[in-house]
Design a protein around this ligand. Structure first.
Ligand code: 5GP
Length: 142
């Protein structure tokens, strides 16, 4: 049986504003912010406000608004960093690599010949995350 959603998870705390994040986007249903251990420059997480562990227990009504924002953010990061492509990733339960148990989608700008860094690897400097968030917000603004 699937484990229950834990409202104490780190993304629930970020959504409630209890811990800081570098936000690039927010609407009624979805928030997007910088991943603190980016697998590439501009690695952004897109997170629905509705609570679920992952895709397996989510209300299907979550996916329309969520993936609408995933597309917006993917287009914005490609523009913001002049990327060659964008990798979209999403993990479900520990065996898949999931480490934070609130549904989220990874959006990672990609550059020809540059491999992804390890998942949940090294912490990025806050000033770099802030600068990259500013570039993405500017690209989202048009
Ligand atoms: P998962 O493995 O669950 O798909 O991805 C969780 C992601 O959250 C990882 O890429 C990790 O770097 C990121 N992460 C972990 N803790 C924090 C945090 O406190 N703030 C932010 N912004 N990202 C986090």
């Amino acid at each position: 049986m699937a484990e229950a959603y834990d409202p104490g998870n780190i993304f629930a705390k970020i959504l409630r504003g209890e811990i800081p994040s570098h936000r690039v986007y927010e609407d009624d249903a979805v928030v997007a912010f910088m991943d603190v251990m980016p697998q590439g420059t501009g690695h952004t997480l897109v997170v629905p406000k509705a609570p679920s562990r992952n895709m397996l227990d989510a209300d299907p009504a979550t996916f329309g608004p969520l993936f609408t924002v995933v597309q917006k953010v993917a287009v914005a990061v490609k523009k913001a960093f002049n990327a060659d492509g964008v990798t979209i990733m999403q993990f479900n339960e520990p065996a898949s690599g999931q480490t934070v148990y609130h549904l989220h989608v990874h959006v990672v700008p990609r550059f020809e010949g540059v491999p992804l860094k390890p998942h949940s690897g090294q912490m990025e400097k806050p000033e770099v995350l802030a600068e990259n968030a500013g570039k993405i917000r500017a690209a989202l603004a048009g």
